[in-house]
Design a protein around this ligand. Structure first.
Ligand code: NAD
Length: 252
């Protein structure tokens, strides 16, 4: 069990004294058994996911990239939301001005009950026609045959943002707007290396937000944070939800 003390300032802000934004990354799903890209277990068949999650990789070998995504869909479907996902859903219900911004594509926040989510990097559970750009929901954990094709005959691709691609404009604008207005921004489970998502904490701080990091490891963000809570999200986020009065103490 992580032993961390929350400051009085953080407790006050969690009691709803101003807008609260949480920014989550792959680390929040680590305790659900989903590997982060940069952490242990990040390799897939000996390959670096960052070489597969790119437009170039898809152009070169769509079948291989789809095998990787098919595997990720199956892993995510078999995983269950953890205490951090659940606590975030409770925080949304209890803090009047609350927004969850995520870089995760696994759908676990949705399954834990979070309703209003800004998804910066898309989702594994939608596919998009590379010719028409039309997106459709596809909740099957495994697709066959690979690579899947649109009714128009063209390839379908995962509706996620690959390295080197632009973020959906609306999503980033909504996240930046919320960051600018926030009194408190909590960054949980992200290495803060992937831009522009990683620029949100600095945007928030420059407008006066209190910046908190939840991560068992030091990151590029740590020096900028006003408060660093070292430990796994599955232990720390429920502590934050308790401090907010969103869940009863010990009810994790
Ligand atoms: P990352 O792999 O770069 O960093 C993960 C961070 O999580 C690290 O800083 C690590 O110290 C931290 N971490 C590990 N275990 C943790 C825990 N139990 N609690 C809290 N933090 C923990 O991930 P990123 O910063 O999200 O960026 C990588 C990109 O990969 C993102 O674009 C994301 O979309 C994508 N990605 C998503 C998933 C997912 O949806 N589950 C998984 C892998 C990668």
């Amino acid at each position: 069990m992580a032993s961390v003390a929350l400051s009085d300032r953080l407790r006050t802000l969690l009691r709803g004294n101003g807008p609260v934004v949480f920014l989550t990354g792959a680390g929040v799903s680590a305790e659900s058994g989903l590997a982060t890209f940069r952490g242990p277990g990040g390799l897939w068949r000996g390959r670096d996911p960052m070489d597969l999650a790119t437009p170039d990789a898809f152009a070169r070998d769509p079948g291989l990239v789809w095998e990787f995504y098919d595997w990720r869909r199956a892993q995510a479907a078999a995983a269950a939301p953890n205490a951090a996902h659940r606590a975030l859903a409770e925080l949304e219900r209890s803090i009047p001005e609350f927004l969850l911004v995520t870089q995760n594509v696994d759908g676990l926040h949705e399954r834990a009950g979070s309703r209003e989510i800004v998804r910066l990097h898309g989702t594994l559970w939608r596919v998009r026609c590379v010719r028409e750009g039309t997106e459709i929901e596809d909740l099957r954990p495994r697709l066959a045959p690979l690579p899947p094709r649109c009714v128009c005959g063209e390839l379908l691709r995962p509706a996620v943002v690959w390295f080197g691609e632009a973020l959906p404009e609306d999503a980033f604008a909504a996240a930046a707007r919320a960051a600018r207005r926030s009194a408190l921004l909590v960054v949980a489970g992200t290495s803060s290396l992937v831009y522009p998502a990683a620029s949100l904490p600095a945007i928030a701080k420059s407008e006066g937000a209190y910046l908190v990091e939840v991560n068992p490891e030091a990151t590029a963000l740590s020096p900028l944070a006003d408060e660093v809570l070292r430990g796994p999200a599955g232990e720390i986020v429920p502590l934050l939800a308790e401090a907010a009065g969103a869940i009863r103490e010990g009810a994790r």
